[in-house]
Design a binder for this molecule. Sequence first.
Ligand code: ADP
Length: 405
Amino acid sequence: MLVINSGSSSFKYQLLDMATERTLASGLVERIGEAVGVARHTVYATPTDGPAPAFLDATRTRELPIPDHTAGFAVMLEAFASDGPSLDEQPPVAVGHRVVHGGARFFEPTLITPLVEINIDELSVLAPLHNPANLAGIRAARRAFPDVPHVAVFDTAFHQTLAPAAFTYAIDAEVAASHRIRRYGFHGTSHKFVSEAAAAFLGRPLDELKQIVFHLGNGASVTAIDGGRSIDTSMGFTPLEGLVMGTRSGDIDPAVLLQLTRRAGMDVDALDDLLNKRSGLLGLAGSNDLRDIRAGIERGDERAVLAFEVYVHRLRAYAGAYLAQLGGADVISFTAGVGENTPLVRAGALETLGFAGVEIDPDRNESPDRGIRVISTDASRVTVLVVPTDEELEIARQTLAVSRA
Ligand code: ADP
């Protein structure tokens, strides 16, 4: 299975063996359209029967002009041909594509046809940065692999189960309808993967669990999941709403924008730039990387301390809100770069939730272990987990299911 995640000037790929769900190779083609592009290809040696090394990596980086996505796929094919694994000997059975916005139209992984391409293109109105880039990858990939099914897996799809009460904004209904203004939610592939992995890890049926999943990466969102169905999520019409993120503000009084328009002379593009690129941890403390914030706190940098407190205050507010929406939770999971690696954030987010049966074990929380693990005490009524996310694997699984159907 080949998985493609295409951006406007780059794409990532991963080749997986679905019998073992192992990654065989991965790569990144970037700076497409610039004078010199970069292509990196990594091959993972298949573990033999013997002991470690389980993952023997070999990475090769090439620099060459890559004028467009089609040229990028040619470079990728050359890398497979020269460094392996050979796609001639074992071609992918299907190609899975990450697509950011499926609107209210796509609620499950979908076999890509010319009509589906038109729909993804039309949804660019809602995701002008992402959908055209995803589509460029799809078109180039279909040229490179014309004989296999291509499947689109949408970031929004998992949240199509939200009830109207959860997805409707309280604005003039006609204005909202004519511009398709509603909450869509994002990071769905990760929230689905993590909630299913948590249920499997605990050996409990997914449909009996109330779960809260915190996906805390550079972008961040939290989802309330009841019996495997998303019932509320913090990102909305766009990925700007909700939690404090690396560079995005998350929730803010919309009147702030009116004020900045009237008083600071900021136009739409300036506001877009402010809220999406110059806010969040970066805006508060000068770095979007939580490791820098942590270092700043240790140095006694007041801006870093405040940024961290604002970040955690918001996490706690959503934890409380989603406990209320679900009527209590069985499992709370943390995932992605910050969620998987920052005990201080996890502890801060849940610190006050003892009354709701949430009790973190400090030693388990601080443990440097990788992999899925419990960080709550044995007595905690709510099980708290760290669950490494794997969006590529989830896309590959969904693609396999569709291509077999
Ligand atoms: P993306 O949202 O871009 O996919 P990731 O899930 O990889 O991002 O998360 C990226 C963020 O995770 C970084 O900005 C950084 O703040 C944080 N991060 C990554 N590794 C660590 C670490 N070891 N300790 C603390 N934070 C980390």
